[in-house]
Structure formats: C-alpha cells, structure tokens
Design a protein around this ligand. Structure first.
Ligand SMILES: *Cc1c(COP(=O)(O)O)cnc(C)c1O
Length: 326
C-alpha cells in the first residue's frame, strides 16, 4: 500500500481531476450495484452525508438501538442535520418489521415526520452480526410502503457478504444509499465511500464539501484503498474467510475460560464476550500478554480479527486467554 501511495497518479479531486479516486469511485459503485460513489475520509462522514441527503431538519430517523450512528457519531445527526433518531430493536441490532411499522409517524402536525430507515450490516455493537437478505427485503418492503428512504451503514458489508455467501451488490440492492469502509477489516489506512444514484451523489459531493471533506490530491489515499479491495477479492475472499475462521476459534477458546460469563457466537470477524472481572482489568491483563482488545461495556470486551492478525497472532491470543481469563 505504501508503494502504491508513492506511485499514485493524482490530480485535484475537488475539480474531479484525480484519476485514482475516480477509478476507485467507479469500482466501488459497480461492486455495490449503484450508479455512482463518492470517496470520503471516514465512515462517519459517509453516514452523516447520507443523513443530510435524506432528511429535513425536524425529521425522525429510525435506527437500530445497537447502531454506530446512534452510539458513536458524536451526536452528528442532531448537530449536522437537525434530525432526531428513534432507536428500536433489541441487542441483535436487527429490528423486526413490526418494530419499524410501530414507530412510523408524521400524520399529525405535532409529530415529527419519519423519513428514513437506517440499517447496519454487519452490526458492530451486536458482535459483527450479519443481517440476512430475506430480513433486509422484508424491512425494505415495510419501509417503502410507509414512504421511507433506506440507508445502509455497510462499514463491514464485505464481511457480511462473505459470511452469507452473497455479494455486496445483493446486500445493497434494497437501499437508496450505502456507506462502506475500506479502513476496517480490509486494512486501508484511510477511506470510505458513499454510493447511490447519480443525482444523490452529485448532491453528496456538495454536502461533502460543506462538511469539509473535499480533498485535493487524494489519489495517494485512494491508491492504498484500491489495494484493500484487490486483497478482499483475491482467492475467493480468502482474507476475510480466514478472519472469520480465526474469530470462531477465539470464541471457542473463550467458551471454556472460567473468567468468561458469556460469548456471543461470532457471525464474522468480531467476538464480543462478557467477563467476570471488570472488562478494564481483563483488557489490561490481555495487553500485558501482547493482545489488544476494546472495552464495550463494564463487563464486555470486543476482540476484532483483521488482515494484520494472522494464525501466529491467533496462537498468541489463545495462550493469552489462559493467563488473563483462566
Ligand atoms: C467504524 C464504523 C463507522 C465509522 O467509520 P470511521 O471511519 O471510523 O469514521 C461507521 N459505522 C460502523 C458500523 C463502523 O464500525
């Protein structure tokens, strides 16, 4: 990736003159089955641009309670688009059709207008849970019937596609706009893309500029992001399939640790587990063994597998469990 960055063919992308960025945007639009895509510096920016595209101030957006946009985007929906979020659903991060229909409103002057249904796939805060196609189809049908637009936070859509034996395009088809990250499990240093129709992406470029995300010779970043995609597609998605296999092995080992109360069985590359000792202590003990994990609650830890965690690193992690969670 570093070499590709050094050698990247660049131009001023604010004038749409960066060939490396344009190539990446076209490639990702194709992969997602959309007409166009816009390169943005972060997943948060992609999501926040989408919110601005689909809403007016005062609107209400239906989101899974577990969603990234609700928990981890700094109150962006209120601050940047003047909308309120209506969180629904349980710890799975996958709402039911009934839960969606129950909260749609806007018939009366005193109600906010519900204008957008938001889904995440995979659901980070539910342990990388995949949302299967029939579920997406049912939710999308209900949303359309009530006049809602649909956005997908697909930061880890790649993982969902591989886990379901599907394609990013199939999983994105029901949505007006889709945000994907090349900087998570795919390992690019920087970069996300928002995809949708041509008209929406023309508007998205305006909003990106407004939010400060118009970048100049940004082909240096897009070049690295392209390699992340090459690696994703190589050998029948071997890279992500290996991540998922390692996550399962790690979860299996956790299952037999006395210091673990509960493990969420991983669908993809994320393992969430509840500990008997405070998560903070467990994380410190793991770190002392050379294994880093993230706190997701007072007694909840998240471990993530990605391209820089190979089988040797998995072995290190497994023996760290014996010390940290026996
Ligand atoms: C990481 C993440 C984002 C935001 O991406 P950044 O590049 O960190 O801004 C959005 N949604 C989900 C589900 C994520 O995991």
């Amino acid at each position: 990736m570093r070499r590709a960055m050094a050698e990247a063919d660049v131009g001023d992308d604010v004038f749409r003159e960066d060939p490396t960025v344009r190539q990446l945007e076209e490639r990702v639009a194709d992969l997602l089955g959309k007409a166009d895509a816009v390169f943005v510096p972060s997943g948060v920016m992609g999501n926040q641009i989408a919110l601005r595209l689909h809403t007016q101030p005062g609107d209400e957006v239906v989101v899974p309670e577990r969603s990234h946009v609700f928990h981890y985007e700094g109150g962006g929906p209120a601050a940047l688009s003047g909308v309120q979020l209506r969180p629904i659903g349980d710890l799975s991060g996958i709402p039911t059709v009934e839960e969606v229909i129950n909260v749609v409103r806007g018939a009366y002057d005193w109600e906010p207008r519900t204008t957008l249904l938001w889904l995440e796939n995979t659901v980070n805060k539910a342990g990388g849970r995949v949302v299967p196609l029939p579920t997406i189809a049912a939710l999308a049908e209900a949303a359309r019937k009530h006049g809602l637009a649909l956005h997908l936070d697909g930061a880890r859509l790649w993982n969902a596609a591989v886990a379901l034996g599907s394609t990013p395009a199939a999983l994105a088809a029901a949505f007006d706009t889709v945000n994907v990250c090349l900087s998570k499990g795919l390992g690019a240093p920087i970069g996300s893309l928002l995809a949708g129709s041509r008209e929406q992406m023309t508007q998205a470029r305006r909003v990106r500029k407004l939010f400060g995300g118009g970048m100049r010779q940004v082909g240096v970043i897009a070049a690295a992001a392209s390699i992340a995609l090459d690696d994703f597609e190589r050998d029948d998605y071997a890279m992500l399939r290996a991540d998922h296999r390692r996550a399962r092995a790690f979860a299996d080992a956790l299952d037999s640790c006395a210091g673990v109360r509960q493990v969420t069985p991983p669908d993809t590359n994320i393992v969430l587990f509840d500990t008997r000792d405070p998560a903070e202590q467990v994380i410190a003990r793991l770190e002392a063994e050379g294994v880093r994990a993230v706190q997701f609650g007072p007694y909840t830890v998240r471990a993530t597998f990605h391209r820089d965690v190979d089988d040797a690193a998995l072995e290190t992690a497994l023996s760290a469990l014996e010390t940290a969670l026996a």
